[in-house]
Design a protein around this ligand. Structure first.
Ligand code: URA
Ligand code: CA
Length: 433
């Protein structure tokens, strides 16, 4: 096989076989296919697309290009969740103990990553003592015993994707549906998921800005998962404003605990119930989705999800007293409110600007070397549709530095206050095939 022939075949719009796709990905991983040929191939895919079968084969080839996590030592169906990313997305912190409390094993591998706030691991490290540096054996042991554990990303997962993503970034081929969908799905499959619930975000704070794009991505990923033998579903959820109230690390842990207590913001709770019931259903609990939903709601109500969170924290060295005393987490030295300049209704909050404001306060990483300040971040006090009077606080900022000017300006610019009350939709749809 010659790479140039495969580039031309795709350029002509023909479908590649499994062997041809393997040849490309294995060659790219070991360096026998150079970047310039892979660039040409990515551009051919960008214009000619791929069939569902090709997308699945590409995903599996990338999933098998490096280490794969073997979760076979864990009893039950291992269901993973993936969010395409948003601002202040606290769902994983709620879902892990919630789903585990119903008896579905949650063996979560999580990264730190770049962005508005830290990753799930950074957030959890706000809890004194909590650590994710555990061996794979220990990890599997904890999940078998307690149904939930989180481990830091280790090993060499999907090296083909890592290389290709960096190449796409500089060749104008990031925005290709088959390449995005396979890139996301290969990492879930390599991390050992038997079933996958996807949370595809839509709106100004999300990777997909329109409903049509979000639906197309959801369909693409659900098809890949199901063709690969992993039951997959997607929920399309709103990210036209930050999810819930908190954007930060310790602040989001507090928000997650509030949600597990049955309190907290309505939208975060609703999305957790939606995603959680699908995870529980795919995990084989409940005779149908309605029953799975009942189980999830019941465990939020009766305190079992909160108990599971305490158990989870303690099993990884953290202090479970955090549930009753948030002040044992890092606290910011300074806080300041951003005040409304006009009266009316909040009509828009540009979510990614709120995210950047949180990052500037210290909550996230701009580069891999940045140090996260776990105490900093913000609370969204007024949401889209809320009435507001001039001078009322819109957002409360927390930081360990006294100068809030940059974040304050970003938050002011992110808010629009108008005369009409606008309605918001949290769940835009569900994709199952
Ligand atoms: N996230 C990924 O992991 N890959 C993409 O291509 C896009 C978003
Ligand atoms: Ca939040």
């Amino acid at each position: 096989m010659r790479m140039v022939d495969l580039i031309i075949k795709k350029q002509e719009g023909k479908a590649l076989s499994k062997e041809e796709i393997r040849f490309i990905i294995e060659g790219y991983t070991d360096g026998t296919v150079p970047d310039y040929q892979m660039s040409a191939f990515a551009m051919a895919v960008f214009f000619q697309d791929m069939t569902d079968q090709e997308r699945m084969e590409l995903t599996m080839a990338m999933a098998e290009s490096g280490d794969q996590i073997d979760l076979s030592g864990i009893a039950g169906i291992k269901v993973d969740k993936h969010s395409t990313g948003g601002v202040g997305d606290t769902t994983t912190l709620v879902l892990a103990p919630l789903v585990a409390s119903v008896g579905v094993p949650v063996a979560k591998m999580s990264g730190r990553g770049l962005g508005h706030t830290g990753g799930t691991i950074d957030k959890l490290e706000s809890i004194p003592g909590f650590h994710v540096e555990i061996s794979e054996e220990e990890f599997i042991g904890i999940v078998n015993k307690n149904k939930v554990a989180v481990i830091g990303q280790s090993g060499n997962l999907c090296p083909a994707d890592k290389k290709l993503y960096a190449l796409r970034d500089v060749t104008g081929t990031v925005n290709s549906m088959p390449l995005i969908a396979s890139s996301i799905m290969c990492k879930k499959i390599a991390a050992g998921a038997d079933a996958i619930v996807l949370d595809v975000k839509i709106g100004a704070g999300a990777f997909m800005k329109t409903e049509a794009d979000a639906r197309a991505l959801a369909h693409a990923m659900v098809k890949i998962g199901n063709l690969a033998g992993r039951k997959t579903m997607a929920v399309i959820s709103d990210m036209s404003q930050p999810l819930g109230g908190a954007v930060g690390n310790a602040l989001e842990v507090e928000e997650a605990i509030e949600t597990l207590k049955g309190r907290g913001s309505k939208d975060l709770k609703e999305l957790c119930i939606e995603l959680g019931s699908r995870m529980v259903f795919l995990g084989g609990k409940g005779k149908d989705l309605a029953e799975a939903r009942e189980m999830v709601i019941e465990n939020l109500r009766n305190g079992k999800a909160l108990e599971k969170f305490k158990e989870f924290v303690a099993s990884q060295g953290g202090n479970p007293a955090v549930v009753d005393d948030y002040s044992i987490m890092p606290q910011a030295a300074f806080e300041k409110d951003v005040l409304a300049k006009a009266s009316g209704y909040v009509t828009e909050i540009v979510a990614d600007h709120i995210g950047i404001a949180a990052m500037l306060l210290g909550a996230g990483r701009a580069t891999k070397e940045s140090v996260i300040d776990l105490a900093s971040g913000l609370r969204v006090l007024k949401r889209v549709g809320d009435p507001v009077s001039a001078g009322e606080p819109l957002v409360r900022m927390y930081a360990n530095k006294a100068d809030f000017s940059q974040s304050e300006a970003m938050i002011q610019a992110a808010y629009t206050i108008g005369n009409e009350k606008v309605e918001t939709i949290l769940i835009h749809g569900v994709v199952t095939d």
